[in-house]
Write a protein that binds this ligand. Structure first.
Ligand SMILES: Cc1cc2nc3c(=O)[nH]c(=O)nc-3n(C[C@H](O)[C@H](O)[C@H](O)COP(=O)(O)O)c2cc1C
Ligand code: SF4
Length: 448
């Protein structure tokens, strides 16, 4: 199983409370440790409307990146007209960032917490069909989920007449495989329909018109896994964890010099404390930056290390929660080169449906290429900024905006390093080798 990092005593465990179970698919052990208490309260004590109010009052926001309020999504879905009477709930366990295994850790270590959250969401919005979408290349996850779902059905928590309510709930696991964009909700829904996926214009949002045209709640697996705790312990208790605007906890993939693992952290924790979980920097190195949010993340300088790790503060700083990745960058790295690599990834993964994203991210990537390879133009800083602001808000799925973050945060916080590349064809970190070669060749030429 994928590794967990030890977190400090006293940090709450909403998601991974049962993560140390010997056999995560053992239903009796999970129930003894609290599994399905939330579902029972939801169906026997609350009912759909009070349940949606409880989730809204908890302040739970989607863990898939955007931080949309979960209670509001459920309210819209429950109120939407279902032409053929069908409604769906889809757990997004795709985990698009290839370097992040947070969702996988959760599904491997506690499939029941996701399944229970899915069942509660389905009950809230009146869905009779629920799907867990997972990566086809994670057979362990698939096997555990299938075992957990079969056991929960046999015990009457799911399936026909779940918990003696007269309601039916079918839960299925759907392995999917594709590229980065498959994590985006409208692409995922198309894949589940067996169609080629590109993002769709919204509105209508999937909560109103989603899978096969029916109202569909799409929710990241961590969002769903937060739900049983909220229902079992109450919205007020949940709202006290984390920060006021972003309550609860989240899983973070933390990568440092010697460490790469997953930790559950309360939202609002200063980046400094998250970085500390990765242990010491390599001997003799100093912290230069922290890359927050994955391939389309923001590169934040060491002096922003006290930024709270939560949706709004990170966005204001020019980063985002994104895939839940925090990468520690020491003084050996060149931020311009890092921005170049990330922008290239984002350009390669853009699906191409909207032209400013398709061409704009590619142009950003090309400019970054020439800046790091000794062929900069004096106007490149201006061009990067103008191009990025033209791209933002022109796409269908937000990828176009997110794809500008690595270079824009690099420009904002590491301008002197960028200027060195552009004005003097020099890489202060000595990473952009072609620049050194180009500069060396020029110097040699001048000496002749
Ligand atoms: C390019 C792109 C990739 C995404 N990848 C994922 C992903 O891997 N997993 C995920 O849960 N959400 C991903 N999202 C967000 C989903 O579109 C959607 O907002 C989310 O699944 C909704 O669940 P939540 O409200 O619980 O966050 C991605 C969005 C974009 C634009
Ligand atoms: S913004 Fe980019 S990734 Fe999103 S639909 Fe448009 S081209 Fe595709």
């Amino acid at each position: 199983m994928t590794g967990l990092l030890a977190s400090p005593d006293g940090w709450p465990r909403v998601l991974l409370g049962r993560a140390e179970a010997k056999d995560p698919t053992d239903l009796d052990a999970a129930v003894r440790a609290g599994a399905f208490a939330g579902l029972k309260r939801a169906v026997h004590d609350l009912g759909p409307e009070a349940l949606i109010r409880e989730i809204a009052a908890s302040g739970l926001r989607g863990r898939g990146g955007a931080g949309f309020p979960t209670g509001e999504k459920w309210r819209v879905c429950a109120a939407a007209e279902a032409a053929d009477g069908r409604r769906f709930v889809v757990a997004n366990g795709y985990g698009a960032d290839p370097a992040v295994s947070t969702d996988r850790v959760l599904l491997e270590r506690d499939p029941y917490v996701v399944v229970e959250g899915l069942a509660i969401a389905a009950f809230a919005v009146g869905a009779t069909e629920a799907i867990v979408a997972v990566r086809a290349d994670q057979p362990d996850v698939i096997r555990r989920l299938e075992t957990a779902i079969a056991s929960a059905e046999e015990a009457g928590y799911l399936g026909p007449d779940m918990l003696d309510t007269g309601l039916d709930l079918s839960v299925t696991v759907r392995p999917v495989q594709g590229a980065y964009m498959l994590g985006e909700e409208t692409v995922l829904l198309k894949a589940l329909e067996g169609r080629r996926g590109q993002p769709e214009q919204r509105p209508p949002h999937p909560a109103e018109r989603g899978l096969f045209g029916s109202p569909t709640v799409v929710q990241n697996v961590q969002t769903l896994a937060s739900v049983p705790w909220i229902v079992a312990n109450g919205a007020a208790a949940f709202a006290k964890i984390g920060s006021k605007a972003s309550p609860g906890t989240i899983l973070v993939q933390i990568r440092g010099a010697a460490t790469d693992g997953v930790a559950e952290v309360p939202l609002g924790t200063p980046l400094r404390e998250i970085v500390a979980l990765a242990g010491e920097l390599a001997p003799g190195r100093t912290l230069k930056a922290v890359l927050v949010g994955g391939p389309s993340g923001g590169i934040l300088p060491a002096d922003l290390i006290d930024t709270p790790y939560e949706f709004d503060a990170l966005r204001a700083a020019g980063a985002h929660l994104g895939s839940g990745s925090v990468v520690i960058v020491d003084d050996r790295a060149c931020v311009v080169d890092l921005g170049r690599l990330l922008t290239r990834f984002c350009a390669d993964e853009a699906c191409g449906k909207t032209i400013p994203c398709r061409i704009g991210t590619r142009r950003l990537s090309e400019i970054a290429d020439r800046v790091t390879s000794g062929r900069p133009r004096p106007t490149d800083v201006q061009l990067l900024g103008d191009l990025a602001s033209d791209i933002v808000d022109s796409g269908l799925c937000d990828h176009e905006r997110l794809a500008t973050l690595p270079l824009m945060s690099g420009m904002r916080y590491f301008r002197a390093e960028l200027d060195e590349h552009i004005l003097h064809s020099s890489c202060p970190a000595g990473v952009c080798r072609p620049i050194a070669i180009a500069a060396g060749a020029l110097a040699a030429g001048a000496a002749q």
